[in-house]
Design a protein around this ligand. Structure first.
Ligand SMILES: [Zn+2]
Length: 235
């Protein structure tokens, strides 16, 4: 009997540990807003993909298309479609430290979502763990941010990291949510998350951090893009 009580307490403690307290993004069902009006924009992603020892990209165009299409499907209720602007090779293959991630900043370009695909990325808080993706901000220039996915990323990872990129910093501990770790087969964003995505997309388009895919074509034709961001070199 005592053993069962002890085991029960142990299980409770384990569950309590595995279920973090609700974050500021959690919204009770009765106050969940209705979905936002969709934007109807196409946003460009510039991929930079690491090369393996043989010189081939660690993930091919088909893999990138699958990640991008999955993201477009999940962002459809926000009216955002992602388009691959280009795929460029990247020299760094493995990211071990924070500085390794910071080092990618020198590639950051205006107008596009900067996405990096590497072979492996170590968790900087728990070095025994390997990450599948991350949304990363530069500590010395907080408004500059980008996403990294690794070659072990399942098809939803880019969408999840873009969820962070578009104003949802926290995870949602609800199975079936894009921002949970149990996204399942058909994950969705909650309406409040979609509102943040739409608001951030508008803000990025207004500030010029992002341009639409159509505008990217015009600016590229005029020679105004591509252009790197200033001030992103590690200090
Ligand atoms: Zn996350």
């Amino acid at each position: 009997m005592l053993a069962r009580v002890v085991l029960g307490l142990f299980l409770l403690a384990t569950v309590a540990h595995a279920q973090p307290s609700p974050d500021e993004g959690d919204v009770p069902p009765e106050t969940m807003p209705s979905p936002p009006a969709p934007l109807a924009v196409r946003l460009p992603i510039r991929f930079r993909v690491a090369r393996d020892a043989a010189g081939d990209l660690v993930r091919d165009k088909r893999w990138l298309v699958a990640q991008t299409e999955r993201a477009s499907t999940l962002f459809a209720p926000a009216g955002i479609t992602f388009v691959i602007a280009s795929v460029e090779p990247l020299d760094a293959a493995d990211l071990e430290t924070r500085d390794d991630r910071h080092g990618l900043a020198r590639h950051l370009e205006r107008g596009v979502i900067n996405a990096f695909v590497v072979r492996a990325m170590r968790d900087v808080d728990d070095p025994t763990q390997w990450r599948r993706g991350v949304h990363w901000r530069l500590p010395w220039r907080r408004e500059r941010h980008f996403v990294i996915v690794t070659e072990i990323a399942p098809p939803i990872t880019l969408a999840h990291e873009l969820g962070h990129f578009f104003g949802n910093p926290k995870h949602r501990w609800v199975p079936g949510n894009v921002m949970s770790y149990e996204a399942g087969d058909a994950p969705t964003f909650d309406p409040d998350q979609l509102h943040r995505i739409v608001a951030h997309a508008r803000r990025y388009l207004r500030s010029g951090e992002l341009v639409t895919h159509e505008r990217l074509g015009e600016l590229t034709a005029r020679g105004e893009l591509p252009r790197r961001w200033d001030g992103v070199e590690p200090p």
